[in-house]
Design a protein around this ligand. Structure first.
Ligand SMILES: *[C@@H]1O[C@H](CO)[C@@H](O)[C@H](O)[C@H]1NC(C)=O
Ligand SMILES: *[C@@H]1O[C@H](CO)[C@@H](O)[C@H](O)[C@H]1NC(C)=O
Ligand SMILES: *[C@@H]1O[C@H](CO)[C@@H](O)[C@H](O)[C@H]1NC(C)=O
Ligand SMILES: *[C@@H]1O[C@H](CO)[C@@H](O)[C@H](O)[C@H]1NC(C)=O
Ligand SMILES: *[C@@H]1O[C@H](CO)[C@@H](O)[C@H](O)[C@H]1NC(C)=O
Ligand SMILES: *[C@@H]1O[C@H](CO)[C@@H](O)[C@H](O)[C@H]1NC(C)=O
Ligand SMILES: *[C@@H]1O[C@H](CO)[C@@H](O)[C@H](O)[C@H]1NC(C)=O
Length: 514
């Protein structure tokens, strides 16, 4: 009798829950590796991304969304725990937050604890030590993450050169039949994602995260994608051929990973500032766009199988990539091009007839609370600034973007906070100043994007106790996005900007001092 009553009560609660919050919806979360908004839907005329463009056509898309650090592991750890790099103390690939900092809950874990079936495919957490070689299973996931078998050949010599010898090239268009296992990681992940959504039968809703590996280097994709693009179309991509004179040296990333590839290492690109020749510049850009076109096709195949009438979908990248702006390449910096990402979301709760552009500033730390609100789970509390971080295991340092989708507020006061570490003042190969290990970090660049400005301050950082000295300054930058979207002109020495500079500096120091 009691059991029947409890059962009826349970049904009643389910019904009232549904009545109040609508049906429980599935969640699909798609992450592209190293994707800047090189998409037609973001106004990029060189891009060939029809599937993402069509998706954007019926979604909210954020034009000012930023990563917290332009490096895969720290960015993903931050996004997936809802905490900033300075809270996690994770700036490289070599620690796991649960054992190193605190046993913080993650985005998929929160859904799992609210009776979702959670599954990850491909690169969601950064693999390896930073997710304890388990992709944070079992804490985050209902079953182990799917890793494509062909992933292990990612850094092998698999790129045929003109004489057919296999090399470790940067630019690597291939015939699938020449590849190990005759496939590529993202093709395998797409097949698994389609299998999952089209055979899912459980009563519980699912939370599915799909992490595509491209356009991350090397630029390996089926050959036909490169043939869609003309090399000459990329010649005028930027006019930058040399490091700007007013850029502090500490801000520079010498793109060591690009130089290390077989097709670039004998090209005599002078260290650290280059330049790379005009032809090679266009070749890298074309290969990046071809890699984006390739994953756009895969995204299209997958998303066509997702039932949009009961699924919340969010698409983003972990950080951007410089394609020659300031004569720089790759990620590893605090510039707009290295930090800005596409952020696109839709929910059956907000049926749209056309794309909705949102210019309010958003950050990847906002994704956790936003998806929680879109799914109508109990809202995530804000992390308490004063409490020891280890006492506050389930909270967010971001802000939910849900009110913006409801049309509440403008987000005008929002700013984006990001950072990048360096081993010293000058670019170096040893230690690698593009991605210093924690023990080598001596300087931290803190950057703040407001609707008008980017302000960046490089200061002394102590890796032993994670403190910074705001008075020991290695570089300072300020760019006015109203007149300088490319961040070409550092305004720090312009007297007419004295007051703005002081105001932004005070705001940045306050924001990063907690
Ligand atoms: C960490 O948290 C998970 C669940 O969030 C829990 O299962 C585990 O026991 C915790 N580990 C420690 C050492 O507290
Ligand atoms: C991480 O992996 C190590 C080695 O397998 C294990 O001892 C440790 O308990 C794991 N950490 C967590 C939080 O599960
Ligand atoms: C590139 O710029 C040059 C000089 O501004 C111009 O002559 C040329 O037509 C441009 N090429 C393309 C493909 O836009
Ligand atoms: C690169 O520089 C080295 C040393 O100056 C020289 O021996 C070599 O021939 C150069 N290679 C090319 C491809 O220019
Ligand atoms: C899609 O989801 C809706 C709402 O749950 C459901 O009514 C419909 O049958 C589903 N469509 C397919 C093809 O499964
Ligand atoms: C952190 O370490 C630095 C260098 O060892 C030291 O100067 C500073 O006082 C320390 N700060 C705190 C808060 O312990
Ligand atoms: C800006 O600061 C410089 C010295 O730091 C000073 O000489 C100049 O007068 C200031 N300009 C304004 C407009 O405040």
């Amino acid at each position: 009798m009691t059991i029947i009553l409890l059962f009826l009560l349970h049904i009643f609660m389910l019904v009232t829950h549904s009545a109040k919050n609508g049906p429980r919806r599935n969640v699909v979360f798609v992450i592209f590796d190293d994707l800047r908004p090189a998409l037609g839907g973001y106004g990029d005329r060189l891009a060939q991304t029809p599937h993402l463009d069509a998706f954007i056509e019926e979604s909210y898309y954020f034009t000012r969304a930023y990563s917290q650090q332009s490096l895969c592991a720290p960015s993903r750890n931050s996004m997936l725990t809802g905490r900033r790099p300075d809270t996690l103390h994770l700036y490289d690939f070599y620690n796991y937050w649960r054992d190193f900092t605190g046993n913080f809950s993650t985005l998929p874990q929160y859904f799992k604890s609210h009776n979702y079936y959670t599954y990850g495919i491909g690169k969601v957490f950064h693999p390896g030590i930073s997710s304890n070689n388990t992709d944070d299973y079992p804490y985050s996931w209902s079953l182990p993450t799917f890793r494509p078998l062909s992933e292990k050949y990612m850094n092998s010599p698999v790129c045929p050169d003109v004489s057919g010898v296999l090399r470790k090239n940067l630019i690597c268009p291939v015939h699938l039949h020449t590849q190990p296992l005759k496939t590529l990681p993202d093709i395998e992940s797409t097949a698994e994602a389609i299998r999952f959504v089209s055979t899912y039968k459980r009563r519980r809703p699912f939370f599915l995260a799909v992490g595509f590996h491209k356009p991350h280097i090397n630029f390996r994709f089926p050959e036909q994608y490169i043939e869609r693009f003309n090399l000459e179309d990329f010649n005028n991509y930027t006019k930058d051929t040399h490091k700007p004179a007013d850029m502090p040296n500490v801000a520079w990333n010498p793109y060591i990973d690009v130089r290390a590839r077989d097709d670039f290492k004998h090209r005599n690109i002078s260290f650290p500032y280059g330049p790379i020749s005009t032809t090679q510049r266009s070749q890298i850009r074309r290969a990046y766009y071809a890699a984006v076109a390739y994953v756009d096709d895969l995204f299209g195949k997958f998303i066509a199988q997702v039932n949009r009438s009961n699924t919340i979908i969010l698409v983003t990248g972990d950080h951007g990539w410089s394609l020659g702006e300031h004569a720089e390449w790759a990620k590893y910096s605090n510039f707009e091009v290295a930090l800005r990402v596409p952020l696109v979301m839709r929910s059956p709760e907000f049926p749209l007839l056309a794309s909705q552009r949102v210019d309010a500033i958003a950050e990847l730390v906002d994704i956790f609370p936003t998806l929680v609100d879109l799914a109508h789970l109990p809202p995530l509390p804000q992390c308490k600034k004063s409490a020891a971080s280890s006492d506050d295991l389930t909270c967010s340092e971001g802000k939910s973007l849900y009110p913006l989708l409801q049309g509440v507020g403008s987000g005008e006061h929002h700013v984006a906070l990001s950072q990048y570490p360096r081993p010293g003042m000058e670019p170096t190969k040893h230690p690698n100043s593009d991605k210093p290990k924690l023990v080598n970090i001596k300087v931290m660049g803190y950057t703040m994007r407001t609707t008008m400005y980017r302000y960046t301050l490089w200061v002394r950082f102590n890796a032993n106790n994670f403190t910074k000295d705001w008075s020991d300054i290695f570089g300072e930058e300020m760019y006015d996005h109203r007149s300088d979207v490319g961040e070409e002109v550092n305004l720090i020495k312009r007297p007419e900007f004295n007051e703005t500079r002081k105001r932004l500096k005070d705001q940045l120091v306050a924001a990063f001092s907690n």
